[in-house]
Ligand binder design. Sequence first.
Ligand SMILES: Nc1ncnc2c1ncn2[C@@H]1O[C@H](COP(=O)(O)OP(=O)(O)OP(=O)(O)O)[C@@H](O)[C@H]1O
Ligand SMILES: [Zn+2]
Length: 521
Amino acid sequence: MKKKVVFVLMCTTLLITILLSYLKWYNTEFVEYFSSSNRVFLVLGSTLLVLYYIRLNKSPEYAHAHVKFDKKEKDQSPNEFFTKPKTTFEDVAGLGEVKEELIEVIDFINSPEKYKKMGAKIPKGILFHGPPGTGKTLLASAVAGETKSSFFSVSGSEFVEKYVGVGAKRIRTLFEKAKKESPSVIFIDEIDAIGAKRSIDSNNEKDQTLNQLLVELDGFNTDQSVVVIGATNRLDLLDEALLRPGRFDRHMFIGNPNVKAREEILKVHTQNKPLEPDVVIKDLAKKTHGMSGAHLSSIANEAAIIAVRENKEKISAHHFDCAIERVIAGLQVKNPSILSKEKEIIAYHEVGHALIGRLLRTDMVQKVSIIPRGQALGYVIQMPQDDRYIMTKDELCNKIMVMLGGKAAEELVFNHSSTGAKDDLKKVTDMVMSMICDYGMSDLGYMHNNNVMIKALGVQISQELNNIINNCYKQAYLFLEANKDDLKKVSDALLEKETLNGEELNELLGEPPNPEELKAV
Ligand SMILES: Nc1ncnc2c1ncn2[C@@H]1O[C@H](COP(=O)(O)OP(=O)(O)OP(=O)(O)O)[C@@H](O)[C@H]1O
Ligand SMILES: [Zn+2]
């Protein structure tokens, strides 16, 4: 429409110009102004405009698409995008208690009348918190699926903008749209990106966005079936105002699955895959301790890919083992160029870990390998046999000894200290810091230290840290010294075979000793 007006205006200008330029025949006053050179310029300019217009029209498809795209970007921010998911609670394995709590919310959305009669208000805000990959997004989309609601899935970081007011406007638009499409479920992942505790100078863009979210949460009434689900890995970072009753007041912890839940998740993710009879889901669940739902879904997919790569008709237990290893330790490095001396050091280092792990029976040693994967030059896979929820100080110390076993083996055999234990030392330091500052497991007392205390007790904490680590290191060294022959035997076998599994270790060393006998060492 606009283009046509421009065209008519241009044609008129052209006509008037040409007309005026010839007026000299009738009006001598114009003669000087519209001298022949000026006339040439005017005619030329008008012609160029016409040519420009013709060019625009020559590619109408392109021009149209371009305008449409601009419009889309301007008027439809990604926030407004919604779906009608088909996900149901059946797709979400485990998480029984969380699902039970959500069933009430679903009932609210499906039969609001029942609750209105009683004067009950729909719960507005639900907060899922817990480690990544545990199914928070999946659960939110199942709530939408179960209630046939419009599902608006956004990430908090989408609202973090440079310009003041933009994030707030996006929040407003999101809620407007959700109300229009109600019943709706708004899922805000990484809500901490906008919902973090406000600073004292509450005038920045982030605070405005959070304020707008609070306004929206307070704003909608019980007639509008809009449920907002927030998700975060860091509940402690969120602003108190967001957690107040009437806002995100239902908190649900979504943790890593236990062995039963892992079995169920693996069943969900293998149900459409052809499996060999040697695949026992129960065993896979045991081997995947500490993994999230996302890890498990990735293992099932990876196993299928490996089977295809090997031209197999079905997925076998071996394919699952390779997939688990791939997910735990990363991608295998092809043709690594490692010097043979370095390989020897790596072998002793890894066997140092494995041997102490076996001796102390911390966790089952499933595999020890010197085939580089990801960033690691070698690795030991250890899995606890049972899910553990609390650990004693002795058990933590045993774990620390296993982690220091690599460095101790290097010092014992090669009498040197190498860079290979960097990652081990980081893990050890983190664990010992928690023992001192979180669990009251040191001579500094039974307290849970906050940041101020940690600063004030800096020197004492580092002394305590040194004491615990050095004691564990000495013990690890002594264990290996007492078992130096085994250390050599296994390291030689590892250098030859590059990978040893739990059974091969038992064949080489016999069954691990009774932990009671070890106390005497
Ligand atoms: N309980 C579960 N049942 C079935 N599949 C699951 C479960 N938990 C996780 N998954 C699988 O893991 C994938 C990732 O999960 P999801 O995105 O929901 O995790 P999240 O908790 O939202 O992660 P993040 O905190 O990183 O956003 C899902 O698509 C699904 O395939
Ligand atoms: Zn190590």
